[in-house]
Ligand binder design. Structure first.
Ligand code: TYD
Length: 140
C-alpha cells in the first residue's frame, strides 16, 4: 500500500463578513471521511518534533487554526514531502500508513487534528524500521 501520493492540501470555504470569518469542515464532505475524534496540539516549542508515527487505519486532517507548523511526510521508500500549514482555512489530508512528523511550531500554533478513528494505541506504528518493513511487505 502506498498512500503517500494521496496526501493533499484541502481548502475550506471561508465565510466572511464584517463580523469576521467562519470556516466549516463537514465530515464526508470537506473532510474526506466521517469524523470520530478531534484533538489539538499547542504550546509545542519550535525545537520539538511531534508525530513520528504512521497509523494503520486512521486518516487525519491537520489544520493550523492559529499560527503555523510544518508536516513532513514519508513513505518509507525514499519519498518525502514537506507541507507548511499557515492558513486557518486550509488543511492537509493524510491517509492511513503515511509516516508523519510535525515540527517548526510557531509560538501561537494551535494544530487542530481531525481523525477518522477513536484513539487506539495499536493503530500506531512508532518505529520507522517497523514502518518500512510493513510498507515493503505490501509490495511483496
Ligand atoms: P502522541 O501520539 O505522542 O502525540 P503526537 O503524535 O501528537 O506527538 O500522544 C501523546 C500522548 O497523548 C500519548 O500518551 C497518547 C495520548 N493520546 C491520547 O490519549 N488520545 C489521543 O487521541 C492522542 C492523539 C494521544
Amino acid at each position: 500500500m502506498n498512500n503517500f501520493f494521496n496526501v493533499r492540501m484541502l481548502e475550506f470555504n471561508s465565510i466572511g463578513d464584517e463580523r469576521g470569518k467562519l470556516v466549516v469542515c463537514e465530515g464526508e464532505g470537506d473532510i474526506p471521511f466521517a469524523l470520530k475524534r478531534v484533538f489539538y496540539i499547542y504550546g509545542s516549542s519550535n525545537s520539538v518534533v511531534r508525530g513520528n508515527h504512521a497509523n494503520r487505519k486512521s486518516e487525519f486532517v491537520l489544520i493550523n487554526v492559529s499560527g503555523s507548523s510544518k508536516v513532513k511526510i514519508k513513505d518509507g521508500k525514499g519519498n518525502e514531502m514537506i507541507y507548511l500549514l499557515n492558513r486557518p482555512h486550509t488543511g492537509i489530508y493524510i491517509p492511513a500508513m503515511v509516516w508523519k512528523e510535525m515540527y517548526d511550531f510557531s509560538a501561537d500554533s494551535v494544530l487542530l487534528c481531525l481523525s477518522s478513528e477513536h484513539y487506539n494505541q495499536d493503530d500506531y506504528i512508532r518505529d520507522y524500521g517497523d514502518y518500512m518493513r510493513q510498507q515493503n511487505e505490501w509490495d511483496a
